[in-house]
Design a protein around this ligand. Structure first.
Ligand SMILES: Cc1cc2nc3c(=O)[nH]c(=O)nc-3n(C[C@H](O)[C@H](O)[C@H](O)COP(=O)(O)OP(=O)(O)OC[C@H]3O[C@@H](n4cnc5c(N)ncnc54)[C@H](O)[C@@H]3O)c2cc1C
Length: 327
């Protein structure tokens, strides 16, 4: 066994160090959403601390052993930054509890352990009448998304996901713990505006929640896929639909309308923050549903296949659990 791995094991009692490279079970632990990079970025060890003091012990040992540290949350960073090649990867999956506090001084709040993914938050909010400004994919990490900007269905109305964070509990590389104070704290801004993972390890965060309108929201995700590339003839149609959607959003800020053009697919998702009746009326008035139908018809005529996934990245916990209805 590598001597740094032995040192880590003595610093973090079992089951803290889950696996070191070359050991059975390592391959199934050292995973990324982008599987192509898993081998190339393999760390020396995957560690899952279950307390703040264990996390501090990991950081101290890594520093003493001159090992690079990374944190893996949902593992969706496309360039695989969640794994620290040859170093220590900290997975906070044992610290993912969520507590909903309704009467906080700042309004309703979710206290989130930094190992949580968005599906956990939506699960916790189920039936609460509250919603969070969060990611469309339930497997993306809460901390990982927050610290890298974060675009939500509701971002047109509520801002970036990072704007919803009221405070962070951050552990600096030397083990010092800091609580960011208030919405205007410079540290809070740095953490929620892209600098996050370079400053330390986020241990917990508090998210502002919003009351869901009676009758729920309308959410729709439609994926049009082609066997090869998206035909060129679809691009001006997509651009025109996008322009019209932006205008509709400007007219009624309850709408978030997004059209994502990939190499072989176009994903359309729409979200309306209003009662079912309001969404229907506004959607018809602003041509949202007609535009979607026309775009879909044109795509099908060029050989596209249609899928209506449950969420942005498919499967897993759905927004329905958050009290958000799909049309
Ligand atoms: C299928 C898919 C769907 C997506 N959907 C959306 C979307 O709806 N909206 C959007 O804006 N983006 C979306 N993205 C982009 C994604 O949100 C970002 O890549 C995000 O940073 C991923 O977070 P993660 O926790 O899943 O990934 P990770 O790779 O685990 O983390 C991302 C970065 O944050 C660091 N980090 C994670 N947790 C901590 C912590 N506790 N302390 C310190 N550093 C930490 C990691 O080290 C890494 O550098 C999507 C990406 C994919 C692949």
């Amino acid at each position: 066994m590598h001597h740094s791995c032995r040192t880590l094991r003595s610093a973090v009692p079992p089951p803290g160090v889950v696996a070191c490279i070359g050991e059975p079970g390592f391959a199934s632990e050292a995973t990324l959403f982008n599987r192509n990079l898993q081998d190339e970025r393999a760390p020396l060890a995957i560690v899952k601390p279950s307390s703040l003091s264990q996390l501090q012990a990991v950081l101290e040992t890594a520093r003493a052993s001159k090992l690079r540290v990374s944190v893996r949350n949902g593992g969706h960073n496309p360039s695989g930054r969640a794994l620290s090649k040859g170093g220590v990867t900290i997975d906070l999956g044992r610290h993912r509890a969520i507590r909903i506090v309704r009467n906080d001084a700042s309004g309703p709040v979710a206290e989130v352990g930094a190992g949580a993914v968005w599906g956990d938050v939506y699960e916790a909010l189920g039936g609460s009448g509250l919603y969070a400004v969060g990611g469309g994919c339930p497997m993306v990490g809460v901390a990982g998304l927050v610290m890298n900007g974060g675009i939500a269905f509701t971002s047109r109305k509520r801002g970036l996901v990072g704007d919803s964070v009221l405070s962070f509990t951050l552990v600096f590389p030397n083990g010092t713990v800091a609580e960011t104070e208030g919405g205007r704290s410079a540290l809070r801004s740095a953490l929620s505006a892209g600098g996050g993972s370079t400053l330390g390890v986020v241990w917990a965060l508090r998210l502002r929640l919003w009351p869901a309108p009676e009758g729920g929201h309308g959410v729709g995700v439609v994926r049009l896929g082609w066997k090869g590339r998206v035909p060129m003839s679809m691009l001006p149609l997509a651009a025109a639909a996008m322009d019209a959607n932006v205008a509709a959003t400007d007219d009624d800020e309850g709408w978030s309308l997004n059209l994502v053009v990939g190499r072989e697919y176009v994903v359309w998702h729409h979200f309306h923050e209003g009662s079912a009746e309001e969404s229907r009326a506004s959607g018809s008035r602003r041509g949202v549903f007609g535009r979607l139908a026309n775009f879909t018809r044109a795509a099908l005529a060029t050989g596209a296949s249609l899928a209506v996934p449950r969420s942005w990245c498919g499967g897993g916990a759905s927004r329905a659990r958050q009290g958000l209805r799909r049309r």
